[in-house]
Write a protein that binds this ligand. Sequence first.
Ligand SMILES: Nc1nc2c(ncn2[C@@H]2O[C@H](COP(=O)(O)OP(=O)(O)O)[C@@H](O)[C@H]2O)c(=O)[nH]1
Ligand SMILES: [Mg+2]
Length: 203
Amino acid sequence: MAIFKLKKREIECKIVYYGPGRSGKTTNMEYIYKTYRKQVVGEMVSVDTEGDRTLFFDFLPMGLGQIKGFDIRLQVYTVPGQVQYRSTRKLVLKGVDGVIFVADSLAVRREKNMLSLKDLQHNLKEYGINILKIPLVMQHNKRDLAGQGVPIMSIEQMERDLNRQLKVPSFSASAITGDGVGATLKECLKLTLLSFKNQIKSG
Ligand SMILES: Nc1nc2c(ncn2[C@@H]2O[C@H](COP(=O)(O)OP(=O)(O)O)[C@@H](O)[C@H]2O)c(=O)[nH]1
Ligand SMILES: [Mg+2]
């Protein structure tokens, strides 16, 4: 739930990178951290252990300037994808305003992508959120691996697997090179801010 601080004229919103373990969520955030220095208003916080890069979550606070006289503050989180961190994933989703689903293009991760999307749907539901209603953007990550000798899925296949019912905006990306990373976040932010506007109208 976005926090509207009317006195301070601030809107605080929360965007979460979701997806299976090792799909590139932390790498997305690292790229954002490096590339949008001016918008980053604090340190990127990563709570990780050896081996699994993200044990708890990554957190990045950003300030995006003003819209209609309101300061937009953005809190970006990633979840740990590994199956065993189920409760952490749910916790990180608390109060979420927009979601970026980072899917792994590696063919061997096909099943993991689909399971993770189901897990997202389930966890949102536990907070009373319908996955079809929340601002959601899909990212097909690791496209740089095309032609590198590792089997990766076609975009068409990934769209069929993950986006046939959702029909959300989707982006090809490489979190390593940064291709598509900014575009993904910007689209999610746009949808999120639009949803506030609609909520204000209908409320
Ligand atoms: N080739 C390639 N590797 C990537 C990309 N994104 C992430 N990786 C690698 O995949 C591994 C897992 O990435 P990480 O961001 O920790 O995944 P997370 O578990 O989703 O946070 C790391 O070795 C990354 O360097 C990408 O776009 N292309
Ligand atoms: Mg991570």
